[in-house]
Design a protein around this ligand. Structure first.
Ligand SMILES: Cc1cc2nc3c(=O)[nH]c(=O)nc-3n(C[C@H](O)[C@H](O)[C@H](O)COP(=O)(O)O)c2cc1C
Length: 228
């Protein structure tokens, strides 16, 4: 598995949203982190600060805190705003298509807010997985600069590709970014760090219908300009 072709890993990765109730061995977690640590970054600053959580009580506490906050009508409580405030097209259309495809596959009515919320809350139960990486950046690094965010984005992809390389599944989460401050409080992360995202890793449930979802990408000419 470790010698998986890089193109196969890139093309074969897809977000998984149902995992087996089985913990990834610490040794494998460390190998994934070791590989991701080779991500290039400006001036080799390595701006990522990672909490690798496999403590089940901690994961449950984080999920409980977020769900209780949402149930009580609480607003987002975040360090950084991930999603655009103004969804312009064509991006808005892509977002809607991607969501609609997932709900259709799972036979959830797109207009059934309760069913949709129930599905969304699976994020905070880590889709049944037992290992989550929470990736932070120190605030001063993104004070007036965006470069470290680019580096941490590349780090995210490498975490997922390494996971793929070890035959495991993953899903990146912006759903946790939105409650970063709550997560920090539960984990005791100092205030001078911002949560950028989390990545759930685990053994994908190969029988789960939801794990067959792989939204299509737009055609190359929609995103690439060749100047030959
Ligand atoms: C930064 C980021 C945040 C995301 N947040 C979530 C999330 O909170 N929950 C979720 O189920 N999927 C999340 N996704 C997964 C995207 O929906 C998914 O990557 C996209 O639809 C493409 O599908 P694929 O990953 O299966 O190729 C996120 C992806 C990224 C890159």
């Amino acid at each position: 598995m470790e010698s998986m072709n890089v193109i196969d890993a890139i093309k074969g990765r897809a977000s998984k949203r149902k995992f087996l109730n089985k913990s990834v061995p610490k040794e494998t977690i460390e190998k994934i982190l070791e590989a991701a640590a080779m991500t290039p970054s400006g001036a080799n600053m390595q701006p990522w600060t990672v909490y690798s959580v496999s403590n089940q009580e901690m994961l449950t506490s984080i999920g409980d805190a977020i769900i209780a906050h949402i149930d009580a009508g609480g607003d987002v409580d975040q360090h950084v705003q991930y999603y655009p405030l103004n969804w312009i097209n064509p991006y808005k259309k892509r977002r809607i298509l991607t969501g609609a495809g997932l709900y259709k596959l799972m036979e959830v009515d797109r207009h059934d807010d309760d069913a949709r919320q129930k599905m969304w809350f699976d994020n905070y139960r880590w889709f049944g997985a037992q290992n989550v990486f929470f990736v932070y950046v120190e605030n001063e690094l993104i004070n007036g600069a965006q470069g470290p965010l680019i580096d941490c984005g590349a780090y995210m992809q490498n975490l997922m590709l390494a996971t793929e390389g070890y035959g495991l599944g993953s899903v990146p989460q912006g759903s946790t970014t939105e409650y970063g401050k709550i997560i920090s409080k539960v984990m005791g992360v100092p205030d001078n760090y911002s949560l950028l995202y989390s990545v759930v890793v685990g053994f994908e449930d190969k029988d789960a219908k939801i794990n067959t979802y792989q939204p299509k990408r737009v055609k190359m000419s929609d995103t690439v300009t060749f100047i030959d």
